[in-house]
Design a protein around this ligand. Structure first.
Ligand code: IMP
Ligand code: MG
Length: 199
């Protein structure tokens, strides 16, 4: 591991000329690129089988869900469409904000379609509940959830995902679309950050 000062680690106060590899901020890799790609391929095969002959629409939840969506859509072999919905639920740092703001609605007409919501992570479930209720207003034939990660925890309402990539402990992770202060989304693995990053 490179020796970097706390300021250069968290991305603040850099000159811009300095090369900083975000992988140096990783304390532990939970799922690496190879494991992720194998799991996404499996999910793609399963969804292709389950939705064969149906009008499948994937709706990715921005921003975190777009990395998973872009891999999953190509792992699915049956014809389908995709769209995006924008939601903001984490304002800053690691504490979930109680309110969810919809920043972008879908463009497709999904009435009568079989919709799969594509989420980066199922944490408290607040975001998903708001989005689920919004999408339901468009009267899809069915509405299910595919979450890349599911945290092991109690939830006030349980919209249990029909599909999930991996179950993880209730810890803060980044990578594969998931951010800390908008960074680390482009990390290829799912990882825990070095506690120094949060200081
Ligand atoms: P919710 O608590 O299920 O509503 O999750 C809301 C959003 O918080 C997710 O879609 C993620 O964008 C973000 N989030 C939840 N847990 C984590 C985490 O461990 N790392 C990064 N982002 C997270
Ligand atoms: Mg976030």
């Amino acid at each position: 591991m490179q020796t970097l000062s706390a300021t250069s680690r968290n991305g603040n106060g850099r000159t811009g000329a300095e090369f900083v590899d975000m992988n140096d901020d990783v304390a532990e890799v939970l799922h690496d690129e190879k494991a992720i790609s194998a799991r996404v391929a499996e999910l793609g095969r399963q969804i292709s089988r389950d939705y064969a002959g149906r009008r499948l629409v994937l709706i990715g939840v921005m921003k975190g869900g777009i990395v998973f969506l872009s891999d999953l859509t190509r792992a699915i072999s049956i014809p389908h469409e995709f769209d995006l919905v924008g939601a903001q639920s984490y304002r800053n740092g690691t504490t979930p904000a109680p309110q969810v703001t919809i920043t972008k609605d879908i463009d497709l007409d999904i009435k009568g379609c079989d919709v799969l919501l594509i989420e980066d992570i199922y944490d408290t479930g607040h975001t998903l509940k708001v989005i689920h209720d919004l999408i339901e207003l468009s009267r899809p034939a069915s509405l299910e959830v595919c979450a890349f990660l599911v945290k092991k925890k109690e939830r006030p309402y349980d919209l249990k995902p029909k599909y999930s990539g991996f179950e993880i402990d209730d810890v803060f992770v980044v990578g594969y679309g998931l951010d800390y202060k908008e960074k680390y989304r482009n990390l290829k693995s799912i990882a825990k950050l070095d506690p120094e990053v949060y200081q």
